[in-house]
Ligand binder design. Sequence first.
Ligand SMILES: [Zn+2]
Length: 351
Amino acid sequence: MRFSEIIGNGSVAKALASMADSGRVAHAMLLYENEGCGALALALAYVQYLNCTNHIDGDSCGECPSCRQMSKLIHPDVHFVFPVNKGPKTSDDKPTSESYLKYWRELAIADPYFTEADLQKAIGIESKNGLIAVAEAKSIITKLSLASVADGYKAVIFYLPEKMNQETANRLLKMVEEPPVNTLFLFITHSPEKVLQTIFSRCQSIRVLPLTKEEQQRVDAMKPQSDNEDAVVFFDLFADLLRAVTSRDLTGALECGEAMAALESREKQKAFCNFAGDCIRKIFMLQQKLPQISGVAPEEEEFFSDMAARIPKGFCVKAIANIEKVVSMIDRNVSSKILFCDLVNRMFMNI
Ligand SMILES: [Zn+2]
């Protein structure tokens, strides 16, 4: 991936390129993004630039042997770590990222803006939480201890360090602190507050900016179709819920709660919550008479305007807080049926 192919975050791309040009390459960097804003794309473009033998106009060439390997994510000195679990797509009893590398490559090449839920789906562990276990640390230490295959930098692109436990972090710490020469760690996080402090404190942090509406539309247009299918399902479910709540149909609302709890994975349930939170923010903006920044698309206008008129002021703020609470509880293994039933009840009482 070249910097010029990245949607949004031009200033971050420039900063990364100039770091590489000046030779001040931090050996541990943490890119913090709201999910799907392009941190992985930036990390890939940065490593490609560092190893490109033929820079052109402040970007990698896209054609030298190193760039070609990067474009297929098969560069022998670039390693990927991401949260995994046991699943039907590997026979490994203690799987590591290596066990799912083929699926990771397919996903990241097709859509470097993928979400955690997309990754879970791609590696076939939708119903489980992905983790970065100690076996992963051992594997990375072994790989980095070997001599580089090519001349340039070795890199570990580490997706969601917040999913590693203390034991894994302890194992990795020395390597992150004092990596072999020309070796770098690029951590990509959605929740910097959950990254273990021992790792966080050793990284140079960079904030990847949220995408503008226009940039988000360009990213969406580039995505494989299945994401759009999710959006259709989520919208129908959200609309059914609000219609039931606003028409005081408790049975209908509880049925929606059951449908949310039946979404096939925790990640999908969280993705739905995030989607619902965004929808409620749109309603809130319309109620505040700020349609120009509401992000409501023309085809959604009728539904959102209707809801903005029917929903009492004060509901949106409470609903968003309740939804955010559900997202944090999903990670704590609380029964989804209880969580979503409670959420629906609260929305029903606040309307
Ligand atoms: Zn090149």
